[in-house]
Design a protein around this ligand. Sequence first.
Ligand code: FAD
Length: 325
Amino acid sequence: MTQKIYSVCVIGGGSAGTMAALRAVLNNDECLFFPGSPQNKKRSRAMWVKKVENMPSHLQYKRGIEGPNAETLKWISESPFKDKLIHHKNTGVISLKKENDVFKILDSKNNLHFAKFVILCTGVMDVQPEIQGSIEKVFDYANAQTIDYCLICDGHHSLHKDVSVIGYSNTAAWVSIILYERYQPKSMSILTNGKSSEFEADTKKLIETYGIRVLESPIESIEGENKGEVLQSFTLKDKTQVKADLCFISLGMIIYNELAKELGAELDERGFVKTAESGESSVPGLYVAGDLRSNAKKQIYTAWDHAVNAANSINMRIRASKRLI
Ligand SMILES: Cc1cc2nc3c(=O)[nH]c(=O)nc-3n(C[C@H](O)[C@H](O)[C@H](O)COP(=O)(O)OP(=O)(O)OC[C@H]3O[C@@H](n4cnc5c(N)ncnc54)[C@H](O)[C@@H]3O)c2cc1C
């Protein structure tokens, strides 16, 4: 039996993936959609995003990515385009190969699928700090957003607060400097959690000028109340207690680039996938959208823009291939 070759396959069901699937079906292209297995979802940024305050018309959602995405998929399933979306719910992709110009997609339920074009939207995850050998100590606070990860999304929460940044790189130092300059927090500390700081000389000078404390002792515990709703302080191994009602983590990212690597796509030095403006990677027909893409802001609206460009570029190629003259 010959297997059907679909026009488009979207891998990932966060901000980029849902927008890519929506744009593909609105372009009237048949689209296979793998939003990820429960394990993929649990490890995605989409799952961790609560209230989105830095974009218009998102305040009504308690879960700023999952909420609107679920509404969109429901709308597609009731629309005239419903047959265009082949939605493999709770399913991820575990292998992606290309043979004779066709992508071979092996899903997490061990079924094989074929597509002419792929839009890869598997995203990234923020590295969590280990506190006494475990990353779980931050989860309640991250859930309640008293511990945050994204300066552009949640930096404004620092206004007039006692703020800590966990990190040791020059980037972490710049997170603290930007927050300090923008929001005049009551106090600002950088907790390197047992690592030596790696700040460049000019950065160090600014940190000193602003009176930002740099504390290198490991974090022993986090104090707070109400399942993370209230953050009070960090206690360090040297017994210093650092007052904090908000914290940002800046320890880098885990990049879900395994499928791109399997195809031999070109990556940048950090592991993000390099693409042209259209989103096409160095592997013809493999497009990338969202946080996985090199050289791009890691935001919902940028993920949407990438996804639309990728789906439209694919549609342009499909239409051109069918054109009679
Ligand atoms: C705590 C937090 C708060 C944030 N707040 C904001 C905000 O207020 N505003 C804003 O603009 N941005 C915010 N961001 C950033 C935003 O979450 C990301 O920029 C956005 O989610 C990126 O979209 P994405 O589709 O690339 O990745 P994600 O949304 O993370 O989606 C990745 C998807 O890939 C799937 N997946 C992974 N591996 C596989 C696989 N092998 N097969 C199939 N599927 C797979 C997952 O299931 C998931 O559906 C925040 C981030 C964090 C961590």
